[in-house]
Design a protein around this ligand. Structure first.
Ligand SMILES: *Cc1c(COP(=O)(O)O)cnc(C)c1O
Length: 525
């Protein structure tokens, strides 16, 4: 950020006093179509400038929150009883402040999280969503979004393979909410009385329990807590060396759970896991779930997008046998957060999450309009028409823009894996299945005892330096570095630059503190 910008606006003691008293305008003027056009032009030109001037390699621009608060306050009007007119220069400064702070998702130094820059079409369409403002839980309020949902469910089902007309898709604001919704459907399906009477008499078949991979996303654990199952009733399924559920050991684990007085009614598989991008064996798990009359939910928040790739679809084999699965479009599908698709194999069960008896809905008279309402299937009442950002890019560009991105991101992870195999001072943790890769920096001149804290130091120092943004995870009690390739513009030379930066940071630290136990050094947060 340039040092002289905002200079005239900021007054640290009284941030608002430097803004001249505004002429006032009427509410009609603030709401007018003329204002609309003017504001839109300012926004579009500011964003265009931002996108044109992206720093090629930058990760995170972390700003002191109190400084940012000062700056933000300095851009607020002092008017209170009167309506201040639109001020182009302040709006430009607000957009500047917004775009220049935070994680730089459009830059090639950004390799750390699961969101990305979006297709211009998909992002700009938010303007349409917000201007027409049609909340989408009921057909009459949001007609095109509800039709678009039905179109998208059928388009996507050509890659899933559910029988036509008997499945359902519901959109939710995020994968966490989709996971909770699916697990509620599973619980209410198995325990139809719970909705009205609570969990009294739940011990007939044993305590209700959910079987999950040790590597499941935290939203699953939250759902178990929220539903009143209790985290103690979470049966952890063993994983293999690829961090995927070891299906050969699942039967034994379920048997043990039964002996412990637990009744597993739902099993959750990941496709793929957040930590390492591992795909659980869906085909095998579906067979086991069917044998035991267990609901199988697949958390495909990150990896279900691979369905669109001819190269990678096979990793989701068996998905069509799952009772439900979650799919985030805001991760690998170039779509702004949040847009999640929750699929159910059996449409009727999609009505079970938020009511006692699913059948009630079908006895109710529905007409051609209310048949498309999704208010009964999702928790949200006023819900953004999240499907539109996805549908409009699908409608305009077609499927290939997504599959090409996915293929490219997965290829980047594979290339990075090959690069790491040839670097003696790095240790690669796993072969990538998706666009996620974990590794460690383990130079010869570092005591293996301190590897764990050293990775943490490296990650935080890299983040603070701001050129690269990577993440870290704990695997089997060990901290490891993690990259997620979300920006399809990244090239291998950028990844090599990251390794160089890690080396430099690490060696500087080792030279400065040769005998350090890295947990005792002050690590930048
Ligand atoms: C990201 C992720 C989630 C959470 O989804 P949100 O859309 O962020 O709520 C759940 N499960 C997995 C496997 C994920 O990667």
């Amino acid at each position: 950020m340039s040092s002289n910008e905002n200079a005239g606006l900021i007054n640290h003691k009284h941030p608002s006093v430097t803004i001249p008293a505004p002429e006032s305008i009427s509410c009609e003027e603030a709401y007018s179509t003329k204002a609309f056009r003017k504001i839109a032009e300012v926004v579009v030109s500011s964003l265009e400038q931002y996108l044109e001037q992206i720093e090629p390699v930058s990760g995170l621009a972390l700003t002191d929150p109190s400084m940012l608060t000062h700056k933000a306050r300095s851009l607020m009007t002092s008017a209170s009883e009167e309506i201040a007119p639109f001020d182009e220069s302040r709006l430009r400064k607000i957009i500047e402040l917004y775009t220049r702070t935070g994680i730089q998702v459009h830059s090639k130094g950004y390799m750390g999280r699961q969101f990305s820059g979006v297709l211009p079409l998909s992002g700009i369409f938010d303007l349409v969503n917000s201007t027409v403002n049609q909340p989408s839980s009921f057909y009459e309020a949001a007609q095109l979004p509800n039709v678009a949902e039905r179109i998208m469910q059928d388009e996507l089902n050509t890659f899933i393979g559910y029988p036509e007309n008997s499945f359902a898709m519901v959109t939710t604001s995020g994968g966490s909410l989709a996971n909770l919704t699916a697990l509620l459907s599973a619980r209410n399906h198995k325990y139809p009385d719970v909705w009205s009477s609570g969990f009294y008499g739940w011990n007939k078949e044993g305590k209700p329990a959910v079987a999950v991979s040790e590597n499941a996303h935290y939203s699953i654990k939250r759902a178990i807590g929220i539903m009143g199952i209790g985290e103690d009733q979470m049966v952890k399924l063993p994983v293999n060396e690829n961090n995927a559920i070891d299906s050969s050991r699942v039967q034994a684990r379920l048997k043990k759970a039964k002996e412990q007085g637990l009744h597993v009614f739902c099993m959750v598989a990941s496709a793929c896991t957040t930590d390492t991008g591992s795909f659980d064996p869906l085909e095998e798990l579906a067979a086991i779930a069917q044998e035991h009359h267990i609901w199988l939910h697949v958390d495909g928040a990150h990896g279900a997008s691979l369905l669109l790739s001819d190269k990678h679809r096979h990793k989701l084999k068996g998905l069509e046998k799952a009772d439900s699965f979650a799919w985030d479009a805001h991760k690998m599908l170039f779509t702004p957060g949040t847009c999640t698709l929750l699929f159910y194999k059996d449409k009727q069960r999609s009505y079970g999450a938020f009511r006692q008896e699913a059948s009630y809905v079908f006895e109710k008279e529905s007409d051609i309009y209310t048949a498309l309402d999704s208010g009964e299937q999702n928790f949200e009442c006023t819900k953004r028409p999240v499907i539109m950002n996805l549908w409009v890019s699908w409608a305009m560009h077609g499927k290939a823009v997504f599959s090409q991105k996915i293929d490219h991101l997965c290829q980047l992870a594979n290339q990075a894996y090959e690069v790491l195999l040839n670097e003696d001072d790095f240790e690669v943790i796993h072969q990538p299945q998706a666009n996620i890769l974990c590794f460690r920096y383990t130079p010869d001149n570092l005591d293996p005892e301190v590897h764990h804290h050293f990775q943490l130091y490296i990650r935080n120092k890299t983040k603070e330096d701001g050129r690269f943004f990577i993440s870290k995870v704990e695997l089997n009690g060990q901290e490891v570095l993690r990259v997620v390739f979300m920006n399809h513009e990244i090239e291998m030379k950028n990844f090599r630059m990251l390794l160089q930066e890690i080396r430099r940071t690490g060696q500087e630290m080792i030279v400065a503190h040769p005998a350090a136990r890295y947990e005792t050094l002050s690590i930048p947060q």
